[in-house]
Design a protein around this ligand. Structure first.
Ligand code: ADP
Length: 446
């Protein structure tokens, strides 16, 4: 087992990881930008190293600074967390070249799944159902129009190197193709430095259902069921729950087995998530995230499994400590992402937290790094807290969530708290009657 892990991340996820390190008796090293010097993950870690100025490109994405920090502190492994370098093939390679273990999959799988065109083709070959669309990159608007003749409208252009919902454009008719194609390409270029795009049929009422997997290097793969992440804004998740009201135990079992087989045949090692759209009882693969995800905690709550602990154990060469037949899905869990942003426009709202009170009690888990008088910097993601509620069933979970969200106080900045308070009282949400477009269609009337 590792003796010391450097956590190449910040905020709530860095704390999440270092808590498990402490439980496992592993020393932790925090890294931080100048402005993050007094952040909680820095205070809680055994050691810390400043890796550069505030902009992520000069700190949390600064590979050489992070590697130097790891060498300086004698870390034997690096946990990349979520976002930043977590899916960066070059970083993963360099970590092992420097004699340390990258806590994540093999670089070859990062590369394969990082290119969404390759990912889709690979998964289709492994028996995973995918959305209809172009076979690979779409090179021209004319080609797109040809493909759409058979796939049908509307269609969606997506960036091959995409992420975070960026670089996606819908076209409802042949007339809209030229513009959508051009815009998707330029957005892809601006955000990912790669302008290749591909095309999919745009599904009108799907849910976003994803399957969490954990695989060790001995060919053992387990799935931890699904998460329903259909409540999104700008194609980004805001509210995630497990189980999904849309799945029966049979459907869960069926997709779970398909995914386990595919992951085993891929030879993948680590934690990962396969994201699907789900419409009329059919699954359509979108992408695989080859890392820990923000919403992993929802699955932890209903299975009782510490996903980070398994991830660290597997990376150190140990066997999975769990078998599929022993995994039980108990009760219901929902994660509410509290972002420092305007609840209607979703524009980030950095600034000082003047007042703070976190709810508590049975079934209330808060993963957060903020404290009273903390100043949220404008440089990073706007996620400031995750409120994760669990209870014996969905109705009780929503009732508990209403109470917890009402108790939550974060003053000084705009947050998504009020939006969540409305969601947990909305009749469609209570009935479980929504798809990925629901929030955008209902935001005004909430
Ligand atoms: P990213 O990596 O940018 O998050 P995804 O491929 O995961 O991109 O898609 C993000 C979101 O975009 C999905 O959760 C879904 O809401 C929407 N989306 C993606 N593909 C389609 C599609 N073919 N039809 C309808 N919505 C889609």
């Amino acid at each position: 087992m590792f003796k010391k892990i450097l956590i190449a991340n910040r905020g709530d996820i860095a704390i999440r990881i270092l808590r498990t390190c402490k439980e496992m008796g592993i020393k932790s090293v925090a890294v931080h930008s100048l402005i993050d010097e007094s952040l909680m993950h820095v205070k809680l870690a055994d050691e810390s190293v400043c890796i550069g100025p505030n902009r992520s490109s000069e700190s949390y994405l600064n590979i050489s600074a992070i590697l130097s920090a790891a060498e300086l502190t004698n870390a034997d492994a690096i946990h990349p967390g979520v976002g930043f370098l977590s899916e960066n093939e070059k970083f993963a390679k360099m970590v092992s070249e420097h004699g340390m273990k990258f806590i994540g999959p093999d670089p070859k799988h990062l590369a394969q799944m990082g290119d969404k065109i390759v990912a889709k083709k690979t998964m289709a070959d492994l028996g995973i159902p995918v959305v209809k669309g172009s076979d690979g990159e779409v090179k021209s608007a004319e080609e797109a129009k040809e493909i759409a003749k058979t796939s049908g409208y509307p269609v969606l252009f997506k960036a091959a190197s995409g992420g975070g919902g960026k670089g996606m454009k819908v076209a409802n008719s042949p007339e809209e193709i030229d513009n959508a194609f051009k815009m998707a390409k330029s957005e892809a270029k601006a955000n990912f430095g790669d302008d290749s795009v591909y095309m999919e049929r745009y599904l009108s009422h799907p849910r976003h259902i994803e399957i969490q997997i954990i695989a060790d290097s001995f060919g053992n793969v387990v799935h931890l069921g699904e998460r329903d992440c259909s409540i999104q804004r700008n194609h980004q998740k805001l509210f995630e729950e497990s189980p999904s009201v849309a799945l029966t135990p049979e459907k869960r079992q069926e997709i779970g087995e398909i995914v386990r087989n595919a992951v085993r045949n891929l030879g993948y090692v680590g934690v990962g998530t396969l994201e699907f759209l789900y419409e009329n009882g059919e699954f359509f693969f979108m992408e695989m995230n080859t890392r820990l995800q923000v919403e992993h905690s929802v699955s932890e709550q209903i299975t009782g499994i510490d996903i980070v602990k398994e991830q660290i154990r597997i990376a150190s060469g140990e066997k999975l400590s769990i078998k599929q037949e022993n995994i039980q899905f108990k009760g219901h869990a929902i994660e509410f992402r509290i972002n420092a942003e305007h609840p209607e426009t979703f524009v980030p709202s950095p600034g000082k937290i003047e007042e703070l009170y976190f709810p508590g009690g049975n079934g209330v888990r808060i993963d957060s790094h903020i404290y009273r008088n903390y100043v949220i910097p404008p440089y990073y993601d706007s996620l400031i807290a995750k409120v994760i509620i669990s209870a014996e069933d969905r109705d009780s979970c929503l009732a508990k969530a209403r109470q917890a969200l009402d108790e939550l106080v974060i003053d000084g900045v705009y947050t998504t708290t009020d939006l969540h308070r409305k969601l947990v009282r909305n009749k469609d949400i209570l009935a479980g009657d929504f798809d990925i477009h629901w929030l955008e269609n209902n935001l005004r009337s909430l």
